[in-house]
Design a protein around this ligand. Structure first.
Ligand code: GTP
Length: 220
C-alpha cells in the first residue's frame, strides 16, 4: 500500500508532566507492549501503526528521535509523544503548534502532575490551534492503592474545561486502544466537517499493519 492510499493526516501530541506515562501509552498502543525501565523522552519520538476506522485506513506514527520529518503529503494519524521535562518545553511547544489533538496526561498517583494541569492548559491556549481537540487522561489506574487524585475530582475538572476524560493503564492496557481510536474517530468526523487545523505533511519511515477496527465514535 502506498502512502497516498491513506485517508487522513492528523497530529496527536501527548503532553503532561515528566513520568506520567506518555511514552508508555504510545508504546502500548503502537506496539502492544509495556516497556520495562522506560527512560525519559528526549525531544520527540516516532513510530508507526495503521488502524482501520469505519473501513478507512489511518496510519499512526510515533516519533523515535527528534529528527524533523517533513515533505510528505500522505494521509495518516500521527502521535507525537513529547518530553515532559521543563528543559525540553521550548522544543515541544513548536511540535504541538500544528496538532489536531492533544492528549493531556497526568498520573493518578501523583497529585503534583494533576496540579500542573492548569499550567499545561495555559500552554495549550498560548501555542495550540483554537480548533485543537484536547483529551484529559489519568494514567496508571493499575496503581489504585496509590491513587492521589479521585476520579470525581478529575471529572469535575475536565467538565469545567470542556474536555473528554478517560482513565488508563499503559501497563495493563486498560482503555488505551479506546483512547486513541475514539480520538481518531472524532478527528475523522471533524475533518469531514472541515473544522480541523491544516496539518503539516510528514514522510513515513515504513509501513504499518492494519490491526484495529472501530465501528463507532464514543466521544461525547
Ligand atoms: N504502574 C504503571 N506504571 C506506568 C504506567 N505508565 C507508565 N508507567 C511508568 O511510569 C514511568 C514513566 O513512564 P514514561 O512513559 O517514560 O513517562 P513520560 O510521561 O513519557 O515521561 P517523559 O518522557 O519524561 O516526559 C515508567 O517507569 C513507566 O514504567 C502505568 O500505566 N502503570
Amino acid at each position: 500500500m502506498s502512502m497516498e492510499d491513506y485517508d487522513f493526516l492528523f497530529k496527536i501530541v501527548l503532553i503532561g508532566n515528566a513520568g506520567v506515562g506518555k511514552t508508555c501509552l504510545v508504546r502500548r498502543f503502537t506496539q502492544g507492549l509495556f516497556p520495562p525501565g522506560q527512560g525519559a523522552t528526549i525531544g520527540v519520538d516516532f513510530m508507526i501503526k495503521t488502524v482501520e476506522i469505519n473501513g478507512e485506513k489511518v496510519k499512526v506514527s510515533e516519533r523515535l528521535s527528534d529528527v524533523l520529518i517533513c515533505g510528505f503529503t500522505g494521509k495518516e494519524l500521527q502521535i507525537w509523544d513529547t518530553a515532559g521535562q521543563e528543559r525540553f518545553r521550548s522544543i515541544t511547544q513548536s511540535y504541538y503548534r500544528s496538532a489536531n489533538a492533544l492528549i493531556l496526561t497526568y498520573d493518578i498517583t501523583c497529585e503534583e502532575s494533576f496540579r500542573c494541569l492548569p499550567e499545561w492548559l495555559r500552554e495549550i491556549e498560548q501555542y495550540a490551534s483554537n480548533k485543537v481537540i484536547t483529551v484529559l487522561v489519568g494514567n496508571k489506574i493499575d496503581l489504585a492503592e496509590r491513587r492521589e487524585v479521585s476520579q470525581q475530582r478529575a471529572e469535575e475538572f475536565s467538565e469545567a474545561q470542556d474536555m473528554y476524560y478517560l482513565e488508563t493503564s499503559a501497563k495493563e492496557s486498560d482503555n488505551v486502544e479506546k483512547l486513541f481510536l475514539d480520538l481518531a474517530c472524532r478527528l475523522i468526523s471533524e475533518a469531514r466537517q472541515n473544522t480541523l487545523v491544516n496539518s503539516v505533511s510528514s514522510p513515513l519511515p515504513g509501513e504499518g499493519k492494519s490491526i484495529s477496527y472501530l465501528t463507532c465514535c464514543n466521544f461525547n
